[in-house]
Design a protein around this ligand. Structure first.
Ligand SMILES: [Zn+2]
Ligand SMILES: [Zn+2]
Length: 186
């Protein structure tokens, strides 16, 4: 398959996200976001040390702050890349599920038996039994929690991930924004 974003690249990007300082990152530009103070990237709502990004000047006169647009880009990457990663993974899962459905790989209905058991929780798979094979012999919810559910390195099932269908959205009081940006809450 011609995937220019290989699984290895995805894993490397994921590892870089997880190794970086905690999010969120936010560019705070003096004169734009506030008056008085300095220009820097705020890390984890200020609970970790600020990050300064500077460029050398020509002729040399000492460093100056990177452009606000560059600071926004760097700070935004901390939030944007995990969202994009989650979206790529979701789309790939969906694609491979469709391929499985369309080929002989799908388990014929009559071979599933009345109540195939979920490989993760052991309970009967009823609603999505036709996707039993595509979902790795699991409930959709179990598949989601097993393979998709994560915000950075946090996989707590009570913390909503960026998937708009994440079950934890029902009871997480402060869910992260979904990757479906057009569905922002008013
Ligand atoms: Zn299950
Ligand atoms: Zn989730």
């Amino acid at each position: 398959m011609d995937e220019w974003i290989t699984d290895e690249l995805l894993a490397a990007v994921d590892a870089r996200c997880n190794a970086a300082s905690r999010g969120p990152w936010r560019a705070l530009v003096e004169g734009r976001d506030f008056w008085g103070g300095d220009t820097f990237i705020q890390i984890a709502n200020g609970t970790e040390q600020d990050m300064y990004v500077e460029r050398t000047t020509d002729p040399p006169g000492g460093p100056r702050h990177a452009a606000p647009e560059d600071l926004d880009f760097i700070a935004g990457a901390r939030q944007d890349i995990p969202l994009l990663l989650a979206e790529v993974r979701r789309l790939r899962t969906e694609l491979s599920a469709r391929r499985t459905d369309q080929t002989a790989g799908a388990t014929p209905e009559h071979e599933l038996g009345a109540d195939p058991a979920c490989a993760r929780c052991g309970r009967s798979v009823v609603r999505n039994r036709s996707n039993y094979t595509a979902f790795e012999h699991m409930h959709w919810a179990c598949f989601h929690y097993e393979f998709e559910h994560a915000i950075g390195d946090v996989t707590d099932p009570d913390v909503a991930c960026a998937d708009p269908a994440c079950p934890a959205r029902a009871f997480d009081p402060r869910p992260v924004q979904t990757w479906a940006a057009d569905r922002e809450l008013p």
